[in-house]
Write a protein that binds this ligand. Structure first.
Ligand code: FES
Length: 400
């Protein structure tokens, strides 16, 4: 798509034997992260809205794997999308019998649940190959109005609820969401989302900032809690003298008064209007990130998530989810606000700025500065968690 391929996606950009990539700092400290150009295995990923998956087979690509997704009798199934006979995508086929999918070419027909070859329409009811071929299947769940697929290495999928952010698992939430296919490697998209410096500068022109406060610069600590790392921002400044250059303020663009919230924006506890479901969690920071590439931004009355879903080394899905924990009639203002403004302002214009930055900076050279500590901590987290998984799989013999 006109952008440099991500690491591993293009022979011209392959690391040298010393693990160094042309134009990049040495990534050899994060070998798992470097190797995960097409995503980390062993996780659940959201791939589509539930309402978009019907009895008509749909082809998707996830972590470079071609998968056919189909709904049958209310349940969603996923199978490898290449017929084992002659390689035709099963997603071009259809259902000739309930609970199955038939390849369009010669009518090999697979059980949706097990992937077992149940019938071969062009070889009669007694076809001897039946029962001898099994098409690989994927575990599927539906949560938050979306279909999630587990991609692993043959191990049993952990319960999806173990992977979802705790507050989504433990509280009924109403959500507004947007799924967009985007160009660029998922890691750079995820890093761009969590990148502390960009929120302070790139997004200064986002209309969203008419409504929400953001720091210009501050002192940030990175705190790890459970499987999340947080940016804890202790103070923020809205203008200052840059010696010999002049004064710079992020108010220059829209000339609003300084927001009331001038310190400790990292903790929603500084707000009076905190939703109990959110406050109870006591998030130590405004922005946090977790595996396998999930960004969480805690606002006073809702939480915003970005799931960076690897399609392949050069493409990803941006899944933006806004969750609110109101119930009953009180959900109506949330939906009105989401559909009337937030969907366009935040999931559209604001996050669109990240989109074009990923397109132009995918696999950039890097000479890091102070605020980039958040990125290094994220890579470190990914590295540690992946190493732990590799050890675990070795012990259980699930990894070949
Ligand atoms: Fe699928 Fe022949 S290629 S049935």
């Amino acid at each position: 798509a006109g952008t440099p391929a991500a690491i591993g996606g293009d022979a011209r950009r392959r690391p040298s034997r010393r693990g160094r990539l042309p134009g990049r700092q040495d990534w050899s400290s994060w070998p798992h992260y470097q190797a995960a150009a097409s995503g980390f295995r062993g996780y659940w990923y959201p791939v589509a809205f539930s309402s978009h998956i019907t009895g008509k087979p749909k082809a998707i690509t996830l972590l470079g794997e071609r998968i056919v997704v189909i709904r049958d009798d209310g349940k969603v199934y996923a199978l490898k999308d290449r017929c084992p006979h002659r390689g035709v995508p099963l997603s071009y086929g259809n259902q000739q019998f309930p609970g199955t999918i038939s390849c369009p070419y010669h009518g090999w027909t697979f059980d949706l649940e097990t992937g077992a070859l149940k019938a071969v329409i062009t070889d009669g009811p007694q076809s001897p190959i039946c029962g001898k071929v099994t098409q690989p299947t994927y575990e599927v769940e539906e949560r938050l109005g979306m279909v999630w697929i587990f991609v692993g290495d043959g191990e049993d999928a952990p319960p999806i609820d173990d992977q979802l952010p705790e507050e989504l698992r433990d509280n009924p939430a109403v959500v507004g969401a947007r799924i967009q296919a985007r160009v660029g490697n998922w890691r750079f998209a995820c890093e761009n989302g969590y990148d502390e410096g960009h929120a302070k500068y790139l997004h200064r022109t986002a209309l969203w900032r008419l409504f929400k406060a953001m720091p210009v610069w501050n002192e940030t600590r990175i705190v790890r809690r459970g499987r999340w790392i947080y940016r804890v921002q202790e103070a923020q400044h809205w203008d200052a003298d840059f010696p010999g250059l002049g004064r710079w303020s992020n108010q220059a663009w829209y000339k609003l008064k300084p927001p009331k919230q001038v310190a400790n924006i990292g903790n929603t506890g500084s707000h009076r209007k905190v939703n109990p479901a959110i406050a109870a969690e006591e998030f130590p920071g405004f922005a946090s990130v977790s595996m396998p590439g999930v960004l969480r931004i805690v606002y006073p009355t809702f939480i915003h998530y970005e799931f960076y879903v690897p399609v392949d080394a050069d493409n990803h899905l941006y899944v933006g989810v806004m969750a609110n924990f109101e119930k009953g009639i009180r959900t109506l203002p949330f939906y009105a606000k989401y559909l009337g403004a937030v969907r366009w302002l935040f999931h559209g214009q604001f996050s669109g700025q990240d989109k074009w930055m990923v397109e132009v900076t995918d696999a950039p050279p890097e000479r890091l500065y102070r605020p980039d500590d958040s990125l290094l901590q994220w890579r470190k987290l990914a590295e540690e968690v992946t190493e732990e998984r590799a050890e675990r799989l070795k012990l259980t013999g699930d990894l070949g």
